[in-house]
Design a protein around this ligand. Structure first.
Ligand SMILES: Cc1cc2nc3c(=O)[nH]c(=O)nc-3n(C[C@H](O)[C@H](O)[C@H](O)COP(=O)(O)OP(=O)(O)OC[C@H]3O[C@@H](n4cnc5c(N)ncnc54)[C@H](O)[C@@H]3O)c2cc1C
Length: 514
């Protein structure tokens, strides 16, 4: 089976411009425009589907193939918008018969565009039912839901709390299967800790349920084994929680305090009780809002607390003693639904969401990397972090560069689960870090990629070596151990049992082995 090779957007444009139509697309592995259906038996597949099939040459193809990350472009030979489990089965049967690679696709937010393939894409966004089981306190949600629709139907309409991501257009397919870090993870764990069953179409076409009692090995693998590896998930049954009023807080500091804030935050936040459902620190460099003038450097701590105001003020006291820019600091009591409202993207006038970062007119090309820290970073490392953020190159039309840290630590539910209880094994961290890096124009790409790579290299002496599989990173050579640790071999055995031909294959996919 051919592993997918993601090309940069520039490479695709160069290829497309280098030769007239067919030749360029042929280099991308795409049949020539106008011949796509007739040259293959795709037309026969299309007749069997309730949903729509899109191929190169169709007017809708460009939008159908577009990825969230503007840095990348992968041109599938066909994209099937499945309407039902039966459609998913038809797509897998078609691919099996021809040896085409298949990629499952939900919200298209894979950092490396792995939801597209040079073969056929099995898009499940139409599988977006939401059904409550109030007796058991669970909800069964179609894998085509995204963070926005989950929040709307479960939290706003259903009045229940559920673990959820932040960006409205992130899809549940990838979010759940790769773990799910949420605004309540310190209290309830990763999103996969709340998953009680998964419905999945296996590569051999069988539609099955996986849970603690039915196919427990598959269930083990699906919880953190990463999207796109073991089948096409069609729905998840997820535990819900109460939705109480919560305290939301934010503390901003001047940049001169950055190192002191980092040191105090990493000593304190991972020790806080679980009622501190999230506590993040963001150090970033941003272009001036007007587009001209000096870049700004920002240090912000924020989070959510499910306790009393007095308890929260006590906990935050050492962070306040450093001297925030504004006193009193912002602490507000708000409904759960407001605290966990998805943000970071724009709500379109027609009610749909598109992943524009706040205030922007489009998505940003980006290359972000991930690290889990299990030990505090010493002063020399903190000085390096501060200096690296100051050096973010940005460029015309860029958005932000820096780091965002999410605290976990021993008291958190994240670390209360054994690393081999399921495939998701990051159970010993003080915090997770994402190196943020959103630029604007193609000419800024090289400098920004070099910046994040050099920042990442400088952190090697301090990081645990673990990385988050949902911040999937094609530049990470140690990805097998970084994402899966000691669970890798077991994942390979399960892959062999369920996908021995490696029908669902991609560059950083689990490969079958004994
Ligand atoms: C702007 C942004 C914000 C984010 N915020 C968060 C956050 O708050 N918390 C967090 O934990 N992560 C976050 N992420 C990371 C996110 O969880 C991953 O990118 C995730 O893989 C996206 O899932 P998707 O369905 O949108 O993506 P896709 O690109 O559609 O899929 C991602 C991977 O999952 C596979 N997959 C998708 N659907 C299925 C399915 N139905 N069955 C089997 N495999 C499937 C794909 O083949 C691919 O390999 C964020 C990412 C972005 C870009």
């Amino acid at each position: 089976m051919i592993a997918q090779a993601a090309r940069t957007r520039r490479e695709v444009l160069q290829l497309a411009g280098a030769a007239a139509g067919g030749a360029a697309l042929a280099q991308l592995g795409v049949p020539a425009i106008g011949t796509a259906r007739s040259a293959t038996t795709l037309a026969a597949l299309e007749r069997k589907l309730g949903g729509v099939l899109t191929v190169p040459g169709d007017l809708s193809y460009g939008a159908a193939a577009a990825l969230w990350n503007q840095r990348l472009s992968v041109a599938p030979r066909a994209i099937a918008f499945c309407q039902s489990v039966s459609d998913v089965q038809q797509v897998l049967a078609f691919a099996r018969g021809r040896g085409w690679p298949v990629a499952a696709r939900s919200g298209r937010h894979s950092f490396e565009g792995y939801c597209n393939t040079t073969g056929i894409v099995c898009d499940v966004t139409a599988l977006n039912d939401v059904r409550f089981d109030r007796t058991h306190g669970t909800v069964k949600v179609g894998a085509g839901n995204n963070v926005q629709s989950l929040w709307q139907s479960v939290v706003v309409d259903g009045g229940r709390g559920i673990q959820n991501g932040t960006c409205p257009t992130v899809g549940l397919g990838g979010l759940v299967l790769g773990g799910g870090l949420t605004g309540t993870s310190r209290k309830y764990g990763a999103l996969v800790d709340d998953v009680v069953a998964v419905s999945v179409v296996l590569p051999d076409g069988r539609y099955v349920q996986a849970s603690a009692s039915r196919r427990p090995e598959l269930f083990w693998a699906l919880r953190g084994g990463g999207g796109g590896n073991f089948g096409v998930a069609t729905s998840f049954t997820i535990r819900t929680h109460g939705a109480p009023l919560v305290y939301d807080f934010e503390i901003s500091y001047s940049w001169s305090k950055a190192a002191e804030v980092y040191a105090q935050w990493q000593a304190l936040a991972p020790t806080m009780p679980r009622e501190m459902t999230a506590c993040t620190l963001r150090l970033s460099r941003v272009p001036p809002p007007s587009g001209s003038g000096a870049y700004e450097l920002k240090v912000v701590i924020g989070g959510h607390w499910m306790g009393t105001k007095a308890e929260l003020e006590d906990l935050l006291e050492p962070l306040v003693a450093i001297g925030p820019e504004k006193l009193p600091i912002t602490i507000i009591r708000i409904p759960y639904a407001s605290a966990h409202r998805p943000s970071g993207c724009e709500l379109e006038p027609n009610g749909s969401t598109s992943c524009h970062l706040a205030g922007s007119s489009g998505d940003y090309p980006n290359y972000q990397r991930s690290d889990f820290f299990t030990e505090p970073v010493p002063a020399a490392g903190i000085a390096e972090i501060v200096s690296q953020v100051e050096q973010w190159p940005g460029g015309p039309g860029s958005y932000e560069g820096g780091v965002q840290l999410e605290a976990f630590g021993a008291p958190s539910k994240m670390n209360a689960v054994a690393p081999d209880a399921m495939a998701w094994m990051h159970r010993d961290s003080l915090y997770h870090t994402v190196y943020l890096n959103f630029w604007g124009q193609p000419e800024s790409e090289a400098a920004n990629v070099e910046w994040v790579n050099s920042f990442y290299a400088a952190m090697r002496p301090y990081s645990s070596g673990q990385a988050y599989q949902n911040y999937i990173d094609a530049g990470l050579t140690s990805w097998r151990s970084a994402y899966y640790g000691a669970n890798w071999k077991r994942l390979q055995r399960i892959k062999r049992a369920y996908d021995p031909e490696n029908l669902l294959a991609f560059k950083q996919g689990v490969t079958p082995s004994r």
